[in-house]
Write a protein that binds this ligand. Structure first.
Ligand code: 13P
Length: 251
């Protein structure tokens, strides 16, 4: 089965609303590739201006986080209902920066995943190990746990439309990319975990991205691996390099 590639930018806490619109304009001619899904996951305040700026293009709109309740007394949070009303399609959950700085846990990722499915979003669920965990040889055990908890209560039919992003924490924003072999090994391992949970058909259908210092120079090799179905890109998503990644076949 051939899975459609998904190249998503995670803008993180960069780009004011006006800078966001400028960036969309700069990237517009560079990111037209009908063969891949292109997504911009943007800060909440940029969602509306970016929605307007990408109108009529192939780019899909994404958010970087969501709360797991529909509404209520959660000062400063953004609900799934708000994102839906604003036209968001994809939502990143469980990013390692949210886990590290904002108390995100596998349990809250699970609550968020169930909520996103209920609302009909396309979730991007992040997982990944620290350098200590890699050196201790427990990478796959750790990721298995993250995936199993995140997907608890999710059916096979629902799971196949979820995107999983494997992001080794030591490779994020460090310029230190996992080797192609390391990235492929873990993405293949995640697919086997999904096969164990849901069977081969779901494992074949689900898309698994690699993230962590993916750039114009290393994208082609990473994206040519059998189990890597796309990239979740931080730093390079804010530059014309993102266009090169979208056209990785020619990179
Ligand atoms: P960098 O591409 O900047 O390493 O960030 C990766 C990432 O965290 C994407 O979610």
């Amino acid at each position: 089965m051939s899975r459609r590639k998904i190249i998503a930018g995670n803008w993180k806490m960069n780009q004011t609303p006006s800078e966001a619109v400028e960036l969309v304009k700069t990237l517009a001619p560079l990111v037209q590739n009908p063969d891949v899904d292109v997504v911009y996951c943007v800060p909440a305040i940029d969602i509306i201006p970016v929605r307007e700026a990408i109108k009529g293009s192939n780019v899909r709109l994404g958010a970087e986080n969501v709360h797991f309740e529909d509404k209520g007394a959660f000062t400063g949070e953004i609900s799934p209902k708000m994102l839906k009303d604003a036209g968001v399609e994809y939502v990143i959950i469980g990013h390692s920066e949210r886990r590290q700085y904002f108390g995100e846990t596998d349990q809250t990722v699970n609550k968020k995943l169930l909520k996103l499915i209920e609302y009909g979003f396309r979730p991007i669920v992040c997982c990944g190990e620290t350098l200590e965990q890699r050196e201790a040889g427990i990478t796959m055990d750790w990721i298995n746990m993250q995936i199993k908890i995140a997907f608890s209560g999710v059916s096979a039919q629902q799971a196949k439309d979820v995107v999983i992003a494997y992001e080794p924490i030591w490779a994020i924003g460090t310029g230190k990319t996992a080797t192609t072999g390391q990235a492929e090994e873990i993405c293949g391992g995640i697919r086997r975990t999904i096969a164990g949970l849901y069977g081969e058909a779901t494992a074949e259908a689900i898309r698994i991205q690699y993230g962590g210092s993916m750039n114009a120079a290393n994208c082609k090799e990473l994206l040519s691996q059998a189990n890597i179905d796309g990239g979740l890109i931080g730093g390079a998503s804010l530059k014309p390099d993102f266009g090169t990644i979208v056209h990785y076949q020619k990179a």
